[in-house]
Design a protein around this ligand. Structure first.
Ligand code: F6R
Length: 584
């Protein structure tokens, strides 16, 4: 949801911000822009589409300071006018988040607006406040007071970096609910939406807290709280998690699917970690367990319900984080809320965690980013260790979320988990022909069905196909079809049935026969060899059935990838989406 990058230092800032934006492009990719100061004037360059376009139009420029932005449109479509940075007479700003009261503010401001964005309103509001502040203070103090007064008027979420034409050797940063990190190196400093976009191991990194303001110079940074008292921020201890490109793969998504075995191997190490042991020991005391998450992470939560109820024998609720945050919160004693989030930044999940904490729950993050906002909020963090994931579709991270939940359930009941899943998935990935589904691409309707934990895999298969291949598809619990949806099934349909659980074998097969009788084609994904079915079968490796969803989702991920490629789409950057959803 928009990436911010800023640089000040001895290097050419334009090259550095472009390189930063390239690493942040997973957060939004409909337009990109940058601002710099030249001969006392703020200049901007903006372009529609990918960062590559901005690179072409700005490659001849050089500057020591620049702020830049890659956009995922919220207010106003992806036009050059709406593209960040937004400016006023003295300021250029880049923003990640949503200003909820921007219309109110806009009405009160006596300015002409060139864009439809909420961000331009902030640029103009800063200008308005600055007019008064500069009469009372010297430049830096004037800007600080301007930011303070502006922040006091804003509602919503923001991480904002700004440059001021009268103070061209500093980048000012302030935030509320959207992430931003400051990195200070030798004679150079960066600000970024994601620590991993800053290319240096020699930087000291600081995560801004809500209300903080940072004044970033080439060799120094000063932090203030929202009342402009000096603030002391802890250095982040996390080592950076670099993303390695691999020329053997044409897209990040297929590269990341192929990283599943290694990610599983890395994630397995959590089993003996102190945090894991402490949490599993305390687990029995919790009376209520709620799992929250969005999209794919929510589907992992559905699996979590299955495995924790089955192994641990506790009732577990799974709630979409976007619903959870507005539900009537019933105070309960000894509640555990598990928040699943690859990025650790999803706004709804973060809000859910904050609500859970306020109501006295113990909170656990299952996340892939150790320095994320959700990690910082939660009492416990179970790190998935999938390695950075950049393709918009969650693939290896989903598998690792499932794996962590499985390992947790095993740990709580002192069960030895299946350990060779890395080797098994590696063999399966080598053997499985990703083009298996090709002959069904001409179908018009796609259904994914399964029962128990296979239904969460079905939901995930349908979501992948929608988001990557733009194909309308439905995930359905197999037993529910006949209560309505079966009327949609005909010879134009492909039904993918997932069957990994012994106790519902016959039941899922009943549903298969029902759809066959309505003319649909069926693909069965199963590890059982004794099934009487004459259609296409994808035979899964033999794994313990409680962790079978970790394997059965892989063919579905490959289905969506290959279908997208066949349609000429870019699976890494599906339209209208972004990797990290930091707005509501
Ligand atoms: C789908 C996908 C999304 C995310 C969702 C939550 O492939 O990636 O549905 O799962 O936006 O994101 P995180 O896990 O970062 O909270």
């Amino acid at each position: 949801m928009c990436g911010i990058f800023g640089y000040i230092g001895n290097d050419n800032a334009i090259c550095r911000v472009i390189s930063g934006l390239e690493k942040l492009e997973y957060r939004g990719y409909d337009s990109a822009g940058l601002a710099y100061v030249k001969q006392g004037e703020i200049k901007t360059i903006k372009s529609i589409g990918k960062v590559e376009n901005l690179k072409i139009s700005s490659c001849a420029i050089s500057s020591k300071i620049s702020i830049a932005h890659t956009r995922w449109a919220t207010h106003g479509s992806a036009t050059e006018k709406n593209c960040h940075p937004h400016t006023s007479e003295n300021f250029a700003i880049v923003h990640n988040g949503i200003i909820e009261n921007f219309e109110d503010l806009k009405r009160k401001l006596n300015y002409e607006f060139y864009s439809e964005t909420d961000t331009e309103v902030v640029a103009k509001l800063l200008e308005e406040k600055y007019r008064e502040c500069r009469k009372k203070f010297k430049v830096e103090d004037a800007v600080l007071h301007t930011i303070k007064e502006t922040q006091d008027c804003l509602k919503g979420s923001w991480a904002i970096a700004l440059i001021c034409k009268l103070d061209p050797k500093k980048i000012y940063v302030f935030k509320n609910k959207s992430p931003i990190v400051v990195g200070i190196g030798k004679n150079e400093s960066c600000v970024s939406s994601d620590i991993n976009a800053i290319e240096s191991d020699e930087f000291n990194f600081y995560n801004l807290e809500d209300g903080n303001i940072a004044v970033v110079k080439q060799d120094d940074v000063k932090f203030y709280d929202k009342n402009l008292n000096p603030a002391k921020l802890e250095r982040i201890r996390q080592v950076q998690n670099k993303y390695f490109e691999d020329e053997n793969f044409s897209h990040k998504m297929i590269k990341e699917i192929n990283e599943i075995p290694f990610s599983i191997h890395q994630t397995a190490k959590i089993f003996d970690s102190d945090e894991f042991i402490t949490l599993s020991k305390r687990f029995k005391k919790f009376k209520e367990i709620t799992i929250i998450g969005c999209g794919t992470a929510y589907h992992a939560g559905l699996y979590g319900k299955y495995i924790l109820e089955k192994y641990v024998g506790k009732k577990v609720d799974v709630v979409l984080a976007s619903e959870y945050r507005y539900k009537t919160k019933i105070k309960s004693e000894n509640e555990l809320v598990i928040a699943i989030s690859q990025s650790g930044e999803t706004a709804d999940t973060l809000a859910g965690v904050i609500l859970a904490k306020e109501s006295g729950a113990t909170t656990v993050a299952i996340t892939n980013v150790s320095s994320s906002s959700i990690t910082r909020e939660c009492n416990f963090t179970l790190l998935t260790n999938a390695g950075p994931e950049r393709a918009v579709a969650a693939t290896k991270s989903y598998v690792c979320q499932i794996y962590v939940l499985y390992l947790l359930a095993c740990k709580i009941i002192n069960k030895t988990p299946q350990r060779d899943l890395d080797r098994i998935t590696e063999k399966f990935l080598k053997a499985f022909n990703g083009r298996f589904f090709e002959k069904y691409y001409s179908k018009q309707k796609f259904f994914f069905i399964g029962r128990l934990c296979d239904s969460s895999t079905a939901f995930e298969g349908a979501l992948k196909l929608k988001e990557i291949a733009y194909v309308h598809s439905e995930g359905y619990p197999a037993g529910e079809l006949k209560h309505g949806t079966l009327s949609l099934v005909d010879e134009k349909s492909l039904v993918v049935a997932i069957l990994t659980q012994n106790i519902i074998k016959e039941k899922t097969l009943n549903a298969v026969h029902e759809v066959l009788a309505r003319g649909a084609d069926v693909i069965l994904i199963t590890q059982f060899h004794d099934i009487d079915f004459s259609g296409d079968i994808i035979t899964l490796p033999n794994v313990c059935q409680e962790i079978a969803p970790l394997v059965s989702v892989i063919p579905l991920q490959l289905f969506s990838y290959h279908y997208a490629i066949a349609k000429g789409l870019n699976p890494d950057m599906p339209r209208h989406l972004a990797k990290s959803v930091t707005v509501e």
